[in-house]
Design a protein around this ligand. Structure first.
Ligand code: 13P
Length: 254
């Protein structure tokens, strides 16, 4: 059994505000009395404000998928922490592999975002993970260490922060990391987080992400050091997403 379990939906560039509304409605019917897992919906920016309204009275949280570290200014296409907060957002995904690899985000940018999110009262879902090349060339440990030490530099109070270990090769491929690989990586992540933050790092939940679905969620959640999931593809349908939540709930202590 576990004491806690998070299930975060990263919808990436999918769903309009209207789609999001009907998703929440369907999920409420599928998840009656399921309140043990902490469920976080991360829709695109355009659905946040509306979704905050749909989530009123539901036991679920709202997250964004990115933000800029500056408070305001000439940053075309960007969104600030204050804008997210005013849209009802509590969590924000930072350093996602797609931001790192498709949009060139570097550890120093991600670090500024983490610090800004925390000082604004937003809870970062800070993502790390190695590519297949990095794993196969024996560099996984070094990559995770650098992403964590540089990404968390200068963090004093990480209250509410979550970490997501998402190996790049497992994202959207249908090939999830196995329990052994996850346990090994989560242990490393926790060690490096404690190196950066001290003992308080031990309390920071570490989620796994990468091809999680309703079939593998039960066995992956049992792996040591797994406090929940960050789910992409399987979070896009209310049926598959609620099955994952049910699997997680089964292993959370009353
Ligand atoms: P998939 O679940 O589609 O592999 O995506 C994982 C992910 O990137 C979540 O942030």
């Amino acid at each position: 059994m576990k004491l806690r379990g998070y299930v975060a939906a990263n919808w990436k560039m999918n769903k309009t505000a209207e789609d999001a509304r009907s998703f929440v409605e369907k999920s409420s019917k599928l998840l009656l009395n399921m309140e043990k897992a902490k469920v976080i919906f991360c829709p695109p920016f355009t659905a946040l404000f509306d979704m905050d309204k749909s989530l009123q009275g539901k036991p679920w949280f709202l997250g964004a998928q990115n933000m800029h570290w500056e408070a305001s200014g000439a940053f075309t296409g960007e969104v600030s922490s204050a804008m997210l907060k005013a849209s009802g957002v509590q969590y924000v995904i930072l350093g996602h592999s797609e931001r790192r690899h498709q949009f060139g985000e570097q550890n120093d940018w991600i670090n500024k975002k983490v610090l800004k999110a925390l000082s604004s009262g937003l809870k970062p879902i800070f993502c790390v993970g190695e590519t297949l090349d990095e794993r196969q060339s024996g560099n996984m440990e070094e990559v995770l260490k650098t992403q964590i030490s540089e990404g968390l530099q200068g963090t004093n109070d990480p209250s509410g922060m979550l970490i997501a270990y998402e190996p790049v090769w497992a994202i959207g491929t249908g090939q999830n990391a196995n329990e052994e690989q996850i346990e090994e990586a989560h242990k490393l992540v926790s060690t490096f987080v404690c190196d950066s933050l001290g003992d308080i790092g031990k309390d920071i939940p570490v989620l796994y992400g990468g091809s999680v679905n309703s079939e593998n969620a039960g066995s992956l959640f049992k792996a040591e050091g797994v406090d929940g999931f960050l789910v992409g593809g399987a979070s896009l349908e209310p049926e598959s997403f609620s099955e994952i939540i049910k699997e997680v709930e089964t292993f959370i202590k009353e």
